[in-house]
Write a protein that binds this ligand. Structure first.
Ligand code: NAD
Ligand code: TYD
Length: 347
């Protein structure tokens, strides 16, 4: 067991990273947490308010690509958990270079910092997307990688670097590959919060293609407990999937959210599909369960809580949907207004 009590959490102002900081604090799993975050468009200072008063947390604004910043931030820590990343597939189709810079180069800088500090455990938070589309069955950690978009390619590249540092420099690396994650504090460009916030404003919800793509949905609290289990109980050099049993088509998820916000189905709008859209992701998490992890939040209950959270926290998401979000929205959605060939407009 790795008894990490002082952690560097990168990307801790984002969705899952901030959830992980709250998880550590709630369960008294750390005495000291350094949060390093560049506060990009998806890193929200208001999110930090949820733990900024806690004396165990120190926030450092900075870039994981900058070695001096990283060396300062990692000082005194016995583990690094790397959440910092560019994370949205659609944006990776517009600006792939940002993804390579942060997700690959940034991971390299962090690995170098771990290499200089013997005994530091390095957890690379990765994604089920590295497997590519899985039409049948469930991805296992030993399966080959077949990333199919610039985001997942950059995450696969980061994983390869991490493994290479374990092999060549003996860095104590563990990798987690999580499913699609949902819950409070998720930036509203991602599917579930985009739907919820659009529907609160009675705006249409854009469904790519036929909407029959399948995702496994894991609640952010379960994803965080999975990462923590891998950090503390995972074997060095190993990879752990963090999935759930909640498999849904996108249309099923939309209809569930529509009913939770009491919105009409004619707000569903099929739009042109995402290029290279992976049809299905699905993980087997047996390996992580084998070291003591178990997801606790069923999707039906978790999605209802999530809708409630967005309803009660307009102060968090309304300002985000102004300004640069609108620019991104136009860029991503304006040219795909025509329905996907063969798709029907839901009535
Ligand atoms: P997010 O976009 O909400 O947060 C990313 C955070 O990283 C932001 O706070 C941002 O400011 C910060 N950041 C970006 N570039 C940085 C840099 N150069 N230096 C320092 N900080 C930087 O993302 P998320 O959904 O919380 O994802 C966190 C991690 O989990 C990512 O590595 C992602 O690949 C992985 N993941 C996400 C999901 C999901 O469904 N959201 C699923 C599996 C894995
Ligand atoms: P997303 O939240 O972007 O996560 P990922 O691409 O990592 O799975 O999207 C989840 C699913 O929802 C994916 O199949 C794409 C689809 N989607 C839409 O249909 N419309 C949208 O506007 C968005 C953002 C996603």
């Amino acid at each position: 067991m790795v008894n990490a009590r002082a952690l560097l959490v990168t990307g801790g102002a984002g969705f899952i990273g901030s959830g992980y900081v709250r998880y550590l604090l709630r369960n008294a799993l750390a005495d000291r947490i350094h949060v390093l975050d560049k506060l990009t468009y998806s890193g929200n200072p208001t999110t930090l308010d949820s733990f900024s008063d806690d004396p165990r947390v120190e926030f450092i604004e900075g870039d994981i690509c900058d070695p001096a910043t990283v060396n300062h931030a990692v000082d005194g820590c016995d583990a690094i958990v790397n959440f910092a990343a560019e994370t949205h597939v659609d944006r990776s189709l517009f600006d792939p270079a940002e993804f390579i810079q942060t997700n690959v180069q940034g991971t390299l800088v962090l690995l170098d910092a771990a290499r200089e500090r013997t005994g530091t455990r390095f957890v690379q938070v990765s994604t089920d997307e590295v497997y590519g589309a899985v039409l049948d069955g469930y991805s296992r950690e030993s399966d080959p990688l077949y990333p199919r978009n610039p985001y997942s390619a950059s995450k696969a590249g980061a994983e390869m670097l991490a493994i290479s540092y374990a092999e060549t420099h003996g860095v104590d690396v563990v990798i987690t590959r999580g499913s699609n994650t949902y819950g409070p504090f998720q930036y509203p460009e991602k599917f579930i919060p985009l739907m919820i916030t659009n529907l609160f404003e009675r705006k249409a919800v854009p469904v790519y293609g036929d909407g029959l793509q399948v995702r496994h949905w894991v609640h952010v609290d379960d994803h965080c407990s999975g990462i923590d289990t891998a950090l503390r109980f995972g074997a060095s050099g190993e990879i752990y999937n963090v999935g759930s049993d909640d498999e849904r088509t996108n249309l099923e998820v939309v209809k569930q959210v529509l009913s939770l916000v009491d919105a009409p189905e004619d707000l569903i709008t099929h739009v042109a599909d995402r290029p290279g859209h992976d049809r299905r992701y699905a993980l087997s998490s047996e390996k992580l369960r084998g070291i003591g992890w178990e997801p606790k939040r069923a999707f039906d209950e978790g999605i209802a809580d999530t809708v409630r959270w967005y309803r009660e926290n307009r102060d968090w998401w309304e300002p985000i949907r102004d300004g640069s979000f609108q620019e991104y929205y136009r860029r991503n959605y304006d040219n795909r207004e025509q329905a996907h060939p063969g798709a029907r407009r839901e009535a």
